[in-house]
Ligand binder design. Structure first.
Ligand code: FE2
Length: 345
């Protein structure tokens, strides 16, 4: 396995394919008809028209409906390429190496690979992120929020019509210790711009009473997680709400479809806190269907590290995603030193 030297104190970045880093990026002027800019990162070219996003690379091209493309791009941007692979669909996506990132076409698709038409390039994460942010900013029109449930936002179609920078530059919640602690990320309230979502009108909003011994005000805290999630203004956006070493609780509210197929690079626990969510599980490298899991309130499942998944939720539901954030896990799994499943029966 190829490695690059890392700065002291930084984990080394693995590069199992030994790919060189691309450094060419270009933003083209707005098209005379559509009004949208086009973008180039390495050899990948991105254009959008009134209905579609088009991706071209040296030996192929791919078209996605622009609503699906923008919802997926929004997650990749907001999550900082997230854990493992973010499949925008069965063809295009990114794989995170934590400091560097691979962008691919067909590399997680067995038909592309069998035909030797898969294509991968590698980038510094911050450089690719810069052009992804430009793209989501330019391609998102006024009134459309790619983070929102489809029934709670406008439409993405048509020629360039304004923008929605407040929506596409939202900062993902990442608590340092826990939501609600002094100096940490605040609870959501009407006053700070987070009203209760229409589908969670029945969720009690009372908060726990905490009596703290003097001197422990910064150490003891509690908050109503259900009330907090009932006020989420976005969907499919796991936010870090509590941190104990590498253990990250990332609750989120879900409505309609998880806009990406997340290819895990570690095991990931899902605790369904309310309502119902249907998980579609596929093989991580081929995309073949492997399982469907129906999770109702109280159900718990664990995604293995070698799968990809998307999810459906008709009624907005609450989900607790539990991640082990250790940077060592992906390499341990690649080297066969850690299992691909969390539990063996
Ligand atoms: Fe996942």
């Amino acid at each position: 396995m190829a490695m690059v030297e890392a700065a002291p104190g930084q984990p080394r970045i693995s590069n199992p394919r030994g790919l060189p880093l691309q450094s060419a990026f270009r933003t083209n002027p707005a098209d005379n008809f559509t009004g949208y800019r086009s973008f180039k990162a390495g050899s990948f070219e991105f254009t959008r028209d009134e209905y579609f996003a088009h991706i071209r690379w040296p030996n192929g091209q791919h078209t996605m409906p622009v609503d699906a493309f923008l919802r997926a791009l929004m997650r990749d941007v907001a999550w900082g390429f997230f854990y493992g692979t973010v499949n925008f669909d069965g063809v295009f996506g990114t794989t995170n190496y934590y400091g560097e990132v691979e962008m691919f076409a067909g590399a997680m698709n067995e038909s592309f690979k069998a035909a030797k038409r898969d294509y991968i390039e590698r980038f510094k994460s911050d450089q690719l992120m810069r052009i992804f942010k430009e793209m989501i900013g330019d391609w998102t029109n006024q009134g459309y929020d790619p983070f929102a449930a489809p029934m709670e936002t406008g439409v993405p179609w048509g020629t360039k019509n304004g923008d929605n920078d407040p929506a596409v530059t939202r900062q993902r919640v990442t608590a340092k210790r826990m939501v609600g602690l002094p100096g940490d990320t605040p609870r959501r309230t009407d006053a700070n711009g987070f009203p209760v979502n229409r589908m969670f009108a029945d969720v009690p909003q009372d908060e726990p009473e905490v009596e703290v011994e003097p001197g422990f005000e910064h150490e003891v805290s509690a908050f109503n997680l259900f009330a907090y999630l009932s006020r989420s203004d976005v969907t499919w956006n796991p936010s870090v709400c509590s941190v104990v070493r590498e253990s990250l609780f990332c609750p989120t509210s879900e409505e309609f479809i998880l806009p990406v197929e997340h290819g895990n690079d570690r095991c990931e626990w899902f605790l369904q806190l309310s309502d119902e969510l249907i998980w579609k599980i596929r093989d991580g490298s081929t995309g073949r269907d492997t399982a469907t899991i129906v999770c109702r309130a109280g159900d718990i499942c664990c995604m293995p590290s070698d799968i990809r998944h998307t999810g459906y939720s008709t009624k907005r539901s609450m989900l607790l995603v539990w991640e082990n954030g250790s940077p060592r896990i992906p390499d341990l799994i690649r080297e066969g030193k850690a299992p691909t499943v969390a539990v063996q029966f």
